[in-house]
Design a protein around this ligand. Sequence first.
Ligand code: GLU
Length: 538
Amino acid sequence: MNSTELANLIFPNAKEISYYEEKYKTRDLSEGALVTRYAPSPTGFNHIGGVMQAMIAQKLAKQTGGKYIVRIEDTDQKREVENAAEQIMQNLKDFDLLPDESIWQEGQYGPYKQSQRAEIYQAYAKSLIEKGLAYPCFCSSEDLEQIRTNQESAKERTGYYGKWTKCRNMPIDMAADKIKAGEPYIIRFKSPGNPEKKIKHKDAIKGNIDLPENDQDIVIIKSDGLPTFHFAHAVDDHLMGVNLVNRSDEWIPSVPLHLQLFYTLGFKSPKYAHTAPMMKMEGESRRKLSKRKDPEANAGYYREIGVPKEAVKEYLMNIANSNFEMWRKQNPDKPMDEFPFDLKKMGVAGALFDLVKMLDVAKNVISRYSAQEVYDEAYDWAKEYDEELLQLLENKEYSLKVLGIERGNAKPRKDIAKWSDLKNAISYMYEFDKENTHFEYQKITDPAEIDKIVKMYFEKYYDPKDDKQTWFDKMKDLAEELGYSREVKEYKANPDAYRGHVGDISTVIRVKLTGRCQTPDLYEIMQVLGKEEILRRI
Ligand code: GLU
């Protein structure tokens, strides 16, 4: 028997690889167009680092007129978590990161789920067997255990390589007999590598790296007929026309194997861009942001607490590209899409992921929103997560006025980082407990003095038709009449001459009307509350 007959015995129904080469045509894209992909395994929720990978993949494809694909890598079916693939897709959708092609957007290079591509991998494995570049291996787990023990006692590297490869040189007839007799087997790659030699890998992020050649005869098709991750990576990225692979740097040690697979299969290898993991401070030391320990590692977390997707992405872009912050300063109003992303500006070492900084970014992002945008996003969020906020927002016309306070001007309010902050930031505009006498009045605390200030203000000065300047002048007149300074600095220069300053007076009015000593602009608040409500509150 020859190797072609062996290949036919193993994969009698597999098609010729020319069928697939013909079916999946070279993409008709212009020079320099990048075809990228995000390739999650459906083993749980999407890590925030995965969102960053997807964002980079999308950005590079868009920027170069290429394509961005999402491929579900579910060949390890034991680790698969039910529904995870759908959840990952939904999560990408929540971040506006849906690709050009995926299980949700069938393109011409599908299926986009590896478990549905079994016949494709088998065809390529068959072609390798025909050429003597792959072989069936009958080693049981006990055999492999034995090899390992022998290697350990001989103080040699572990694995299936070189002289330890029991089945590599098995005569074809013997292999065929075993197969016919029903012995279980898998297919291994016959590695041509020599680890004494180095390969030069030129990474788009990490630069030049020397790595030892691979000599492991890795499994390419498992006993369930599905490929291993490595083999599927080579076949899929080739057939899907991917030319840039951005992924986590934990895959760097596999690069020699991957390049060898591409080469042996006769494929052009993609460019690799390996990104460092996100880090977190724990006490004095840094560690990887962990799915197990850190809620913020879960990409779904941000939707739950209501950080706008735009803010999450801005923050990730901050981490990803060192020059983004500068660009944002120079272009405060441009959409992030216009930022020219550059792989060369990616950090080689892991960046710190800092939730507090992300929330700062979110405050800025939300400060640029119009009242209508705040309303729409917050309403959507509240529908799912906050019944009480939803109740407030049901009054749309009034809510738009409330949300318009200190918005759309040169110094917009920046106190909201996430929709879960919103209720507390605006609730006093809707409900007010007049009986509550325990407000923090700060400087002026004497109830008689407070009553006097409030009474005089509303009897003598308050006129809802006043413009802002008049309103403010009147506040000063009131201060003066009661023995407080008109300006803060007058008081500071001569504290004994006054009972306090105009700010103390306006705080009394503020607290009386809102129950809080810190709010956005009091004039605007009073305009929105309106006379009737104001009088009710006092
Ligand atoms: N499925 C692999 C993972 O989830 C993808 C690695 C790659 O992007 O090549 O880590």
